[in-house]
Write a protein that binds this ligand. Structure first.
Ligand code: 5GP
Length: 206
């Protein structure tokens, strides 16, 4: 599918810093908006329905799957998560940019449907650092941390299928890298031609 807007898909094992990076990107760039996913997990802390996620029941999720409302959905850490068509299509069809922060299975599905989507994998600098970030976060029990590390090994084995890789060693450097990917995408011939149609016309180039 071809749309004027850009679709960025960011995946990473938990603890690699994906959410903080995507949040910082959106604060710096108002043209890029998140897609709000649906999930069957319960809200945590200050999370609000319609902001972080649309929190739905298992039957509601089933009904959406049946109605073909999702571009992709996956089981992640014991819950179901899905990206609705509605969450992205309208915006990119109007030329807006959308960023998806989803797991690697979903990211690879998105690439099949939206062949122009740009996939980005965030790597931690080392296993030791990933483990210590998960421990410092203080959200998970030691058993859950072990499970997340085991899952991370599976996830990292898929990194070669992504278009770009960012190593999140130094946050400032990683956000610079993410901005560079977004910026380069907007400088592609087709994107510039759309954004600066008048200039192209005045220069008499196709
Ligand atoms: P959390 O419950 O911690 O917010 O997210 C757990 C995992 O689910 C994260 O890796 C997150 O990126 C992923 N996730 C969130 N939304 C979606 C979605 O719509 N589709 C898929 N495949 N994964 C998602």
């Amino acid at each position: 599918m071809d749309y004027p807007g850009n679709l960025f898909v960011v995946a990473a094992p938990s603890g690699a810093g994906k959410s903080s990076l995507v949040k910082a990107l959106m604060e710096l760039d108002s043209h890029i908006q998140p897609s709000v996913s649906h999930t069957t997990r319960a809200p945590r802390g200050q999370e609000k329905h319609g902001r972080e996620y649309f929190f739905v029941s298992a039957p509601e999720f089933d009904a959406m799957v049946k109605a073909n409302a999702f571009v992709e959905w996956a089981h992640v850490h014991g819950h179901r998560y899905g990206t609705s068509k509605k969450a992205i299509e309208e915006r990119i069809a109007q030329g807006g940019d959308v960023v998806l922060e989803i797991d690697y299975q979903g990211a690879l599905q998105i690439k099949k449907v939206f062949t122009n989507a740009i996939s980005i994998f965030i790597l931690p600098p080392s296993w030791e650092e990933l483990r210590s970030r998960l421990e410092r976060r203080g959200e998970d029990s030691p058993e859950v941390i072990e499970l997340r590390l085991k899952n991370a090994a599976i996830e990292l084995a898929q990194a070669h299928l992504f278009d770009f890789v960012i190593i999140n060693e130094l946050f400032e450097r990683a956000i610079f890298d993410l901005k560079a990917i977004v910026h380069a995408q907007r400088l592609k011939y087709a994107a510039q031609r759309r954004a600066r149609a008048d200039t192209f016309k005045a220069l008499n180039i196709p």
